[in-house]
Write a protein that binds this ligand. Structure first.
Ligand code: HEM
Length: 524
């Protein structure tokens, strides 16, 4: 069977996307997603604002020339790159997280993981670390070689436009109006520079007042934070002041209270359909969180480069020269050459940026947005993990209100579709068994194994907290065994004594021994 053929073991993580697949780096760089997650986590500990930056980075990457990492490229004397656009400079942040992840990945598996994929993983991890739902990211994007500032003007919507123009801007990228409304919910995290909305505060439409659609109290607060005539380019305000680092429905409740920061946000109340969606999302955070996953995945598919198109950069800030690319990592080894089992997309007809038709317009030509780069508040975690091998996913503590505000919703770490169907769980165990039994030197893909356990436990937790099933006595016993096994496994790497079933599960209620267990491990 050709290496390009669809193989049984890749079926486990295959999702409907024809272009890319979940688990793309499974054999070529198995820890890639764990490393990106770790770098996001470290970045978040240094500065919580970085999570919002990474989500926006993915948006700005995908809307301009597709998700090809072009937003990461530095300008050169002969070329002004996307990142120098007023839409990106100085407001876009998170580049350092991508750089650190890339450096680690290059050290571990040179020339394999694309910058575009790192951005997509990091965006997902940022959603999760701020309390949103996790999802599996199909990967296999390749990096573009071109990054031009001019492309941003026509593809990134400015914050000053109304619903109709916003709808058109998203329709051009294949999104429905509802998907557009759902995606803007990302404004529940992060901050904005004063210059992005100060036109609403002073001399609005030639008057001496502020935008009348803005709540007067809020307008006064904003005026204090962003004084008229202040030339400090670093002034920022949180977009959802009550929970700026939590992926909740704050964006929509703010809009309903006339506290949407941008014209483009507040205008969602001026259209019959969008006002209904704003209301639904505001009152049902779980609905919005789950609705958000699908358009995010769709966004991550925009105009991706696959197969031989583009390249795998070794430094996300610099495309390799065409000559280097020809002689480099993706020539003779090209589509099927790594010791990787690629998906069949590698053998599909290729598309390159040159063939992409791009619309023109004047969407983001507002030079007033230009200013210096800024750092938002630096928050240092009180408890840091010391060992990489025992990284605890942000999802593990997403129920901790002290860390994530009021968010108490467990994430489904991975799509439900992929894991809830019996077939895919069977596939998962078949794959794991195969990994155990394969040839004379059994290899275990530890990150995959751990991720699978993690996904399944999240799924179980999600359904049990929903009350959608009850654990029977036999199930509870089986779960105790699982916990015991995991505990024994972890004990190997810590000072902990190897527990006995009696020490772990005395005659107590489930919640009590789970609380004890998490105390033992000090999960965050
Ligand atoms: C609907 C059209 C959109 C407009 C007009 C818009 C505009 C903006 C503007 C002006 C900022 C503030 C930048 C600054 O001055 O610092 C911002 C921030 C942000 N946007 Fe959007 N945006 C849109 C859609 C989206 C989408 C689709 C996403 C992601 C799915 C997103 C995610 C974010 C995030 C997370 C931030 C905070 C960034 C940070 O704190 O670093 N936005 N947006």
């Amino acid at each position: 069977m050709s290496k390009c053929a669809f193989s049984a073991s890749s079926r486990l993580l295959w999702i409907s996307s024809k272009k890319k697949k979940v688990g793309f780096y499974g054999n070529s760089c198995g820890s890639s997603e764990t490393i990106v997650k770790d770098e996001v986590r470290k970045g978040f500990y240094r500065d919580q604002g970085v999570a919002a930056g990474l989500v926006r980075l993915h948006f700005h990457d995908c809307f301009v020339k597709g998700c090809d990492g072009s937003v990461l490229v530095d300008s050169t004397p002969g070329n002004s790159a996307e990142k120098d656009s007023p839409a990106n400079d100085p407001s876009l942040q998170g580049y350092e997280v991508i750089d650190s992840a890339k450096a680690r990945l290059e050290a571990m598996c040179k020339g394999v993981v694309s910058c575009a994929d790192i951005v997509a993983f990091a965006a997902r991890d940022s959603i999760v670390i701020t309390g949103g739902l996790g999802y599996e990211v199909p990967a296999g994007r390749r990096d573009g070689r071109i990054s031009q500032v001019s492309e941003t003007f026509t593809n990134l919507p400015p914050p000053t436009i109304n619903v109709d123009r916003l709808t058109q801007a998203f329709a051009k990228k294949g999104f429905t109006q509802e998907e557009m409304v759902t995606l803007t919910g990302a404004h529940t995290i992060g901050r904005s520079h004063c210059t992005s909305f100060s036109d609403r505060l002073y001399n609005f439409n030639g008057t001496t007042s502020h935008d009348p659609s803005l709540d007067p109290m809020y307008a006064s607060q904003l005026m204090l934070q962003c004084p008229q005539g202040n030339t400090n380019p670093n002034l920022v305000v949180p977009m959802d002041p009550s929970s700026p680092a939590t992926t909740d429905s704050g964006h929509y409740t703010n809009i309903l209270a006339n506290r949407g920061l941008f014209t483009s946000d507040q205008k969602l109340l001026t259209n019959a359909a969008t006002v209904i969606q704003v209301n639904q999302n505001a009152w049902n955070v779980m609905l919005w969180r789950s609705k958000f996953v699908s358009p995010m995945l769709k966004m991550g598919q925009l105009d991706v480069l696959t197969g031989n198109a583009g390249e795998i950069r070794s430094n996300c800030r610099e495309p390799r020269s065409d000559a280097a690319a020809k002689a480099g990592s993706f020539d003779s080894k090209s589509s099927c050459g790594y010791e990787v089992q690629h998906s069949d997309n590698i053998c599909e007809p290729q598309k390159d940026h040159a063939s992409l038709s791009k619309s023109t317009g004047d969407m983001y030509l507002k030079p007033s947005l230009k200013m210096q780069h800024l750092k938002v508040s630096t928050v240092t975690s009180e408890k840091k993990h010391s060992s990489e091998t025992c990284v605890v996913d942000a999802g593990s503590n997403r129920n901790d209100p002290s860390r994530y505000g009021t968010s108490k919703v467990p994430s489904i770490h991975g799509t439900e579709d992929a894991l809830s169907s019996p077939a895919s769980v069977e596939d998962a165990s078949a794959k794991l068994t195969k990994l155990h039994k394969a040839d004379s030197t059994p290899k275990i893909d530890v990150p995959m194994l751990v991720n699978t356990i993690h996904n399944l436990s999240d799924l179980l937790l999600f359904h049990s907290s929903n009350g959608s099933f009850e654990l029977k006595e036999g199930d509870r016993e089986a779960l105790k065994d699982v916990i015991l096994n995991l505990h024994r496994c972890l004990s190997k790497y810590s000072e902990q004594k190897i527990p006995t079933p009696e020490s772990l599960f005395p005659q107590q209620g489930t919640s009590q021994y789970l609380a004890q267990l998490s105390e033992m491990f000090e999960l965050y």
